[in-house]
Ligand binder design. Structure first.
Ligand code: SF4
Ligand code: SF4
Length: 290
C-alpha cells in the first residue's frame, strides 16, 4: 500500500505533513517512509535523525575509445540531451552532467568505439527512526550537487524502500508536477495533496489533482495547511471536481514553527494542539481506506 504525500506548490508544508503522518501511521502499521524529494530532502531534519546506510546511485556513462572512433557523429545526432557534442573535425566528447545514461550512443556507434562505464549521480540512505514511541524506516534519495537527472535517484530510492517489508510505504514527493513526481506516486493507492489557502496554492492544487487523476490513484485527499491565512472555500470545489475530499485543515500556529526548529514532529511535541488533531484526522482517514 503506497501512500503518496504530494503538493503542486513548493513550501506548502508537504514534508511537515508527511513526517507527522509517518509517526502517526507507524503506531498502527509497519511503515517505510521514502523521501523522494531528491533535490532537497528534508524529512530526516524534521524527524531529527542523521542519515545512515549510504548506497551510491550509478548510471551508465559512455567512454569513447578514440582509436576506434571514425568521427561519423552518429552518437552526437542520437543524443537528445545535448550531452554528446562534436568538435569541428567530428571528434565526439561528452558533458557528464547532461548525460542521462540512456545508452543510445552506445547502440548507434558503428565501430564499437563507445564503452559503457558508470558514474555516481546520487545516493540513497536507509535510516532507522525512533521518535515518540513510533519506529519506522526512512529511505532518502539525494541527488549529487551539480547533477540534473533526478528520475534515476527517485527510482533507486523508491526501489530501496519497496524492497523492505512493510504494510505502508509513505512517499514524500518533490513539489511540482514533473515526471519525478509522477514516478514517485506511481501505483499509489492514496494521494494526499497538501495545499495552502492562497491563489497560487489553489492553482497548483488543481495541477497536482490532474496528475493524480491521470495516475488513477483511487483515494484522493486534500489537506489545507496554514488554514486561516486566506480563504479556502474554492479548494473544496476543485477537490470535488477531481473526486477528492478536503480531509483536514491544519491551522498555522506557533507550535508548528517550533516543531520545525526543534526537529521533533508536532504530533510528538504537542500531541493535543489543534494542528496535531488535524493531522490525526488525516491519519485516521488513511487508515479507513487501507
Ligand atoms: S548515454 Fe544517452 S544521454 Fe548520455 S551521451 Fe549517450 S546518448 Fe547522450
Ligand atoms: S558513433 Fe562511434 S564512431 Fe561515430 S563519432 Fe560517435 S564514437 Fe565515433
Amino acid at each position: 500500500m503506497i501512500v503518496a504525500v504530494t503538493g503542486g506548490k513548493g513550501g506548502t508544508g508537504k514534508s511537515f505533513v508527511a513526517t507527522n503522518l509517518a509517526v502517526l501511521l507507524s503506531r498502527n502499521k509497519s511503515l517505510v517512509a521514502a523521501d523522494l524529494d531528491v533535490e532537497a530532502p528534508n524529512d530526516h531534519i524534521l524527524l531529527g535523525v542523521d542519515l545512515e546506510n549510504e548506497e551510491p546511485v550509478k548510471i551508465m556513462f559512455p567512454f569513447i575509445d578514440y582509436e576506434k572512433c571514425i568521427k561519423c557523429r552518429a552518437c552526437v545526432n542520437v543524443c537528445d540531451t545535448g550531452a554528446m557534442l562534436a568538435a569541428r573535425d567530428g571528434t565526439p566528447y561528452v558533458i557528464p552532467r547532461l548525460c542521462s545514461g540512456c545508452k543510445s550512443c552506445l547502440f548507434v556507434c558503428p565501430t564499437g568505439a563507445i564503452v559503457a562505464g558508470a558514474r555516481i549521480i546520487g545516493r540513497t540512505y536507509r535510516t532507522p527512526v525512533h521518535v515518540g514511541g513510533s519506529s519506522f524506516t526512512l529511505v532518502t534519495g539525494v541527488l549529487k550537487e551539480g547533477e540534473e537527472h533526478t528520475p534515476p535517484v527517485v527510482l533507486a530510492a523508491r526501489r530501496r524502500a519497496l524492497s523492505l517489508k512493510s504494510d505502508i510505504y509513505l512517499v514524500d514527493t518533490a513539489a511540482g508536477t514533473s515526471n519525478t513526481v509522477s514516478t514517485a506516486m506511481y501505483k499509489a493507492s492514496v494521494a494526499v495533496a497538501v495545499t495552502e489557502p492562497t491563489p497560487l496554492g489553489l492553482h497548483d492544487l488543481e495541477l497536482i489533482l490532474r496528475v493524480i487523476d491521470e495516475l488513477e490513484i483511487p483515494h484522493r485527499f486534500v489537506v489545507v495547511n496554514r488554514a486561516g491565512i486566506g480563504p479556502d472555500e474554492e479548494h473544496s470545489k476543485i477537490a470535488a471536481r477531481y473526486g477528492a475530499e478536503v480531509v483536514a485543515k491544519i491551522p498555522y500556529t506557533r507550535d508548528v514553527v517550533e516543531s520545525y526548529v526543534k526537529g521533533v514532529p508536532l504530533v510528538v511535541s504537542r500531541p493535543e494542539s489543534p494542528a496535531s488533531r488535524a493531522l490525526r484526522e488525516v491519519s485516521d482517514r488513511i487508515l479507513e481506506v487501507i
